[in-house]
Design a protein around this ligand. Sequence first.
Ligand code: SAM
Length: 258
Amino acid sequence: MTDSPNYAFVCDYIVRHFPKGIRILDFGCGDGSLSALLMKEGFNVSGVEILEEKSTWLQDPAYSEEVRARFKYGNYLNVVPFGDNTFDVVVANVVFEHIQQFPAIVEEFTRVLDAGGVLLASFPTKEAIVEGHTHLPLLHKIGKGRLRKAYLKGFGRWGLGKTRAAAEEYAADWIYYLDNQTFYHPRKYYYKILNDFFSIQDITSDYLRVGSKYLVMHRSGAKHIIGRVVGLLSGWGLFNAIFSRYCLTFWALTKKTG
Ligand SMILES: C[S@@+](CC[C@H](N)C(=O)[O-])C[C@H]1O[C@@H](n2cnc3c(N)ncnc32)[C@H](O)[C@@H]1O
């Protein structure tokens, strides 16, 4: 299990804004790293994940039957497999861009969230300058097809120094993931769908402040320096707005009443 500035921020934000023991859904919980940190903070955490192979962490005997029962794995493409008004907070950390049926899942978020509940989400949009998984500039702006594959193959061959065959394999792996499991949408798409159900608050500046402190304290080398620079820049509104639009957005979405 790993930790990251995103996890540090989500835990910090929830601790600052909610009482211990609240009910949290870690939507798209992956290998359970964030869920584990939230449980350690004393929250009542459930999770849902569609990729079965990521569920091995639940075999860990450190987790009781009761905890395991709160985590669900399966083909939940347009449902969230929990009852109405079950959660105070839903966390979706870098998950929006992987949801195939986004509008249906957003309706589900409002159903499982209790009155006044909050959806805490981080996600890159189509406006992002760098494709977040491969770290390649503008790759996600190139439509599916030969050009995208050629970019990946070229980077594998000349950027990473792979053999022709290895570069081909590298490109094929990423193409599968990007073409089938990643869906970039423009910022206004997210705004339009979410605004019907939630009051939207951009908390990217808070994320940059907490996340940069985390990097300074827990990382060395280039990441430490990036933490220091971002920490300084996070006091500047324009930097926060640019980061939110072109790198990663963090929104706190409060369920609307009525
Ligand atoms: C980039 S990973 C992030 C994992 C985790 N949130 C974290 O921060 O470590 C995105 C995850 O969302 C999951 N996912 C995508 N659509 C989903 C859905 N409809 N229901 C549940 N999980 C989903 C993917 O399988 C993947 O594990």
